[in-house]
Write a new protein. Structure first.
Length: 287
């Protein structure tokens, strides 16, 4: 199985530890005859380029040694990846693919589409008008554009799609665009979560607090937490404890994430360490 992702594109992506995760997954799969059905599984990590035009280049030789593919994470690469997977008759398992790749005969969606989950929440609260603010990296720009198109296809008016980097003036200009637009209620943030160290989100939320946008007028939804189980039960996040302004701003954040009722992500990693399935030096809180 080839595991695609932009693992070298920024420090937070590197903390996903795809090699460790892949080895853990195939080791458990190979131990379970009910799942492996007599096949021996292995995984290879494929580098997904940071720039969108090169994002599928790492796939070109995968036909020879991969019988299935996990990824890509960049939605803009899904069309080409879907065509390659269909031509090779190999399954493409991706939670990030939107639009063109959905027509691929071999595309497998392993979880509910994040855009569909966002739409269900917005419909429940009767929030229609949406803005999307993305980090400046290609991956997040493409995620934001794909989310906007998917929400528009479901009938929601996404009137603002803009970018904000880690500079205060960029965040201010993006938020002013949100304020100038008519009737926006929800801001979806397509960037790394501040709870995991995302600098763009920290600057954006603190600037929103400065501009009086966190008093209940707007609801801020982090997109990335939709795709993994963000630990939330009795978990201290130092970034909130260390900044009064951010803690005040976070009152306006609505986090939607995957529940893990039996064991949290950090607990699962600790259990894997105790069973000698992953290296003992890994700090679960840093993954």
């Amino acid at each position: 199985v080839g595991v695609m992702g932009p693992w070298a594109c920024d420090p937070l992506m590197a903390r996903a530890l795809p090699e460790v995760a892949s080895r853990l997954a195939v080791a458990r799969l190979n131990r379970d005859p009910a799942l492996n059905e007599g096949y021996w599984w292995d995984a290879v990590v494929l580098a997904e380029a940071c720039r969108t035009p090169q994002a599928v280049a790492g796939l070109l030789n995968a036909e020879r040694y991969a019988t299935g593919l996990v990824g890509p994470l960049n939605p803009a690469a899904c069309g080409a990846a879907g065509l390659l997977a269909a031509a090779w008759n190999k399954p493409l398992v991706s939670w990030a693919c939107l639009g063109d790749a959905e027509g691929s005969d071999t595309l497998v969606a392993p979880m509910p589409a994040p855009a569909g989950v966002v739409h269900a929440v917005l419909r429940f609260f009767r929030w229609a008008h949406v803005a999307v603010v993305t980090a400046p990296q290609d991956l997040w720009r493409e995620v934001g554009q794909g989310l906007a198109q998917a929400l528009r296809a479901r009938g929601l008016p996404v009137t603002v799609v803009t970018t904000a980097g880690a500079q205060e003036d960029e965040a201010r200009e993006a938020l002013r665009r949100v304020q100038r637009a008519d009737g926006i209620r929800v801001v979806v943030m397509c960037m790394h979560s501040v709870l995991l160290g995302g600098e763009e989100q920290r600057v954006l939320l603190e600037k929103a607090e400065d501009m009086g946008m966190t008093d209940g007028t707007y609801v801020f939804i982090p997109y990335d937490a939709l795709t993994f189980p963000l630990p939330y039960h009795h978990v201290p996040y130092p970034v909130l404890a260390n900044s009064t302004k951010l803690r005040l701003a976070y009152d306006a954040v609505l986090t939607i994430t995957i529940d893990s009722p039996d064991v949290s992500f950090h607990e699962a990693l600790r259990q894997a360490q105790e069973a000698y399935e992953i290296p003992a030096h890994i700090d679960p809180a840093q993954v």
